[in-house]
Design a protein around this ligand. Structure first.
Ligand code: TMP
Length: 217
């Protein structure tokens, strides 16, 4: 009898990612207003009480800037494990659509590519299988903007607090974009992705997002 079926994941997991200033927060506000409780919006690093504590350590500790990719890689995976266990899986089990603001695509782009830990790549895919198991995102949505455009947007938003990743030089942000593109091209790891041109208006980006959700339901 259908042991596998009973074990099947009911909801949908969507990872939303993008470089700095790609408009993720703006899009997520529109998603919240439009979809209400139908979509659970969460974020990484964070998304569960313990993972939020790890977020604070990663982003706000005065010592974070000295931490290298190896340290960060482990912290992001630790936070993700808790986020998955305590927020994402319970929501998927009751049939929710979960949108995570950043996910493992960010670990690939930020730590492996932009922070330069290329030697962690094969380890990354093993971690991914062990940590995410059957809870790999059904789809990744990437908001693509040229780094200059994204960083200029960030600079305009006075209320946006810049973290130590935002403050890095332009070449870091170029490597980041390459890293995302490389991750989304990994068809042999079963990655399904849609890239949205996020230099379009926020309304157009939201229309694209809605079409993706409808195609998945
Ligand atoms: P944000 O939520 O304001 O985008 O801040 C999260 C920061 O953490 C952002 O600069 C991207 C970075 N990050 C990584 O470096 N690796 C990761 O795995 C994740 C999830 C985020």
């Amino acid at each position: 009898m259908g042991g596998k079926k009973m074990d099947a994941k009911k909801g949908l997991l969507i990872a939303l990612d993008g470089g700095e200033g790609s408009g993720k927060s703006t899009l997520l506000k529109m998603v919240k207003d439009f979809y209400g409780d139908e979509i659970v919006i969460s974020r990484e690093p964070g998304g569960s009480p313990y993972a939020e504590e790890i977020r604070n350590l990663i982003l706000n500790s005065p010592n974070a800037e000295q931490a290298d990719a190896l340290t960060m890689f482990a912290l992001f995976w630790a936070a993700r494990a808790d986020h998955l266990k305590n927020t994402i899986i319970p929501a998927l089990n009751i049939g929710k659509i979960v949108v995570s603001d950043r996910f493992d695509s960010s670990t690939y782009a930020y730590q492996i590519e932009a922070q330069g830990a290329r030697d962690l790549e094969s380890f990354f895919w093993k971690m991914r299988d062990r940590y995410l198991r059957k809870y790999k995102p059904d789809i990744y949505i990437y908001l693509d903007v040229k780094p200059e455009v994204g960083l200029a947007r960030k600079n305009m938003q006075q209320d946006e607090k810049k973290n130590h990743f935002d403050k890095r030089k332009l070449d870091f942000h170029y490597r980041l974009r390459e890293g995302f593109k490389e991750f989304f091209a990994q068809k042999n790891h079963g990655i399904k992705s849609v890239i949205i041109d996020a230099e379009k208006s926020k309304e157009e980006v939201f229309e694209d997002f809605k079409k993706i959700i409808s195609s998945l339901k």
